[in-house]
Design a protein around this ligand. Structure first.
Ligand code: USQ
Length: 404
């Protein structure tokens, strides 16, 4: 299969290019290196050192014996998208080229507008290029579990069915995003669903949970093939941040009460799921939704697991809750259907602690890089638009129980 990856220099994109090449697929990718700039803007860098693209491409060729066709283009412009489609003729397009950060989108009006226009425009260009140049191609679009928010009812897989006067209909389950970033994904979902209805586009919209992990097996020992691992407040996700904190002896930082629940999955599972979706494309005109995560955890439960695993590796780690810079429910109901990928053969990793152990070992090699940017571990981007570092909550407060 000929797969085009938008955002091939990113955390997921770089990993997916390798996962697919290792399975004999021909891969092309585009990137303008925005992610490198955004993380720098947040005063940080990847814990794992990231080689320049020319070096990455060389290592890729050595390892997989095939070229990664790389385009350093900005997909917010239609002309390069059109050129790439005519040249590469993709069978599938994976849209990982969006800005993935909730805090970054909450910084101010400029960042909110940037995140929404960047994310929506690039997907638009891909949809139109599919319609006009590769109408049979499959669009695999990365959405997020955060599109649903945390309603007080079970969340189905994208749709719910209702019956009226003996006739059934299938309607999108309501979306209630909690950041301008998550809201950009809601807009993307609406646009793709409409393109499927109007033009017969075949599309899979992935409601992915929070991804964690430093590697997939395919990367072997070649450091040039490792993917980035961010730990700043905007681009580091919860467990990735916790593992980085553990490595430098910084307290783990659940926000607020720390009982926010999310769906989580290891990087290797994310790769497995995206590949299953590519290998089993939808029919023409079908817009399908997959809820992609392995298991739901409470943030404190995860912090306790990281503490335990780190302890087993001789690291003494504390957990100290921070004032929550976000506006979100800190204790809530969360029950989410996720059957479609299991039906396609998804085999969840399950051993979250083993994954955390690998991460902490990998990250220990780069302890100084994390230590050098220690200050980015305490957030200051608040959902009310102010910018001031949050404080640790009273250390004397009752210890937080896991699994509530
Ligand atoms: N959190 C903490 N302490 C931290 C960092 C985060 O308690 O040090 C909490 C947050 O308040 C939130 C939860 O952990 O309740 C998840 O936060 P996160 O930063 O790991 O994830 P989020 O902002 O939701 O975004 C990440 C990715 C995004 C993806 C999303 C999936 O950055 O691209 O769409 O996870 S989901 O969370 O399911 O919407």
């Amino acid at each position: 299969m000929r797969v085009f990856i938008a955002g091939v220099d990113g955390y997921l994109g770089w990993s997916l290019a390798q996962y697919l090449a290792a399975r004999g697929h021909e891969v092309a990718g585009a990137d303008t290196f925005f992610r490198r700039q955004w993380v720098e803007e947040m005063g940080s860098w990847s814990a794992t050192p990231i080689a320049p693209m020319a070096e990455r491409l060389g290592a890729f060729k050595e390892r997989y014996g095939t070229e990664l066709h790389f385009y350093p283009d900005d997909l917010r412009e239609y002309a390069p998208v059109e050129r790439i489609f005519r040249e590469f003729q993709p069978d599938a397009i994976v849209q990982l080229g969006e800005c993935p950060s909730a805090p970054y989108s909450m910084l101010d009006v400029h960042h909110a507008v940037f995140v929404q226009t960047n994310n929506i425009t690039s997907t638009f260009n891909l949809m139109f290029a599919i319609r006009d140049i590769r109408p049979e191609a499959h669009l695999l679009k990365l959405g997020t579990m955060g599109e649903y928010g945390t309603p007080n009812v079970p969340i189905p897989e994208g749709f719910f069915e209702i019956e009226y006067r003996g006739r059934k209909d299938r309607l999108p389950f309501p979306r209630q995003a909690g950041s301008w970033y998550h809201q950009s994904k809601v807009h993307g979902s609406n646009n793709i669903a409409m393109a499927s209805r109007l033009w017969g586009l075949r599309a899979t919209d992935i409601m992915q949970g929070v991804v964690f992990g430093t590697r997939i097996d395919e990367m072997g020992d070649d450091e040039r093939l490792l993917t980035r691992l961010d730990f700043d407040q905007a681009f580091g996700t919860a467990i990735n941040r916790f593992c980085c904190q553990a490595v430098i002896g910084h307290p783990l930082t659940p926000f607020g009460k720390g009982h926010q629940k999310r769906g989580f999955l290891p990087l290797r599972d994310s790769m497995q799921c995206l590949t299953l979706a590519l290998q089993n494309p939808p029919k023409a005109g079908e817009y399908r939704v997959f809820n992609q995560f392995e298991e739901v955890y409470d943030i404190t439960e995860l912090a306790l697991k990281v503490q335990k695993v780190a302890g087993g590796l001789g690291l003494d780690v504390t957990i100290r809750n921070l004032e929550n810079p976000r506006k979100e429910l800190e204790e809530h109901f969360y029950a989410v259907d996720h059957q479609h990928l299991l039906d396609l053969g998804y085999q969840p990793t399950h051993d979250v602690e083993a994954e955390m152990r690998i991460m902490i070992q990998d990250l220990s090699k780069h302890r100084e890089r994390i230590e050098a940017k220690r200050e980015v571990l305490i957030p200051d981007v608040r959902w009310d638009g102010t910018r001031e570092k949050v404080r640790f909550l009273d250390a004397e407060r009752e210890p937080v129980e896991a699994g509530v």
